[in-house]
Design a protein around this ligand. Sequence first.
Ligand SMILES: [Zn+2]
Length: 87
Amino acid sequence: MDRSWMNSNRLSIDYKEGVNKFIQFAFENLPNNNGRFYCPCMKCFNIPKLHFELIKSHLICHGVNQSYTKWIWHGESVTDPIASNTN
Ligand SMILES: [Zn+2]
């Protein structure tokens, strides 16, 4: 998953595509979401659950929280699959 968009200019195409991919990621990894996810924008910090359309506009208006590099609130596992060699 490419996350370079998180450091891109909020007005860039890369950023907007990244936002769309992020929402898609959440939909794929969080079943039974009702279209609502934690908002990872600079104002919400993953505290409220918002409708995905609202999250998109938040991410473009406020920017994404750049320290949120592991998307644990959006279905990504906490353990790094590369680091853990036990399977
Ligand atoms: Zn927000």
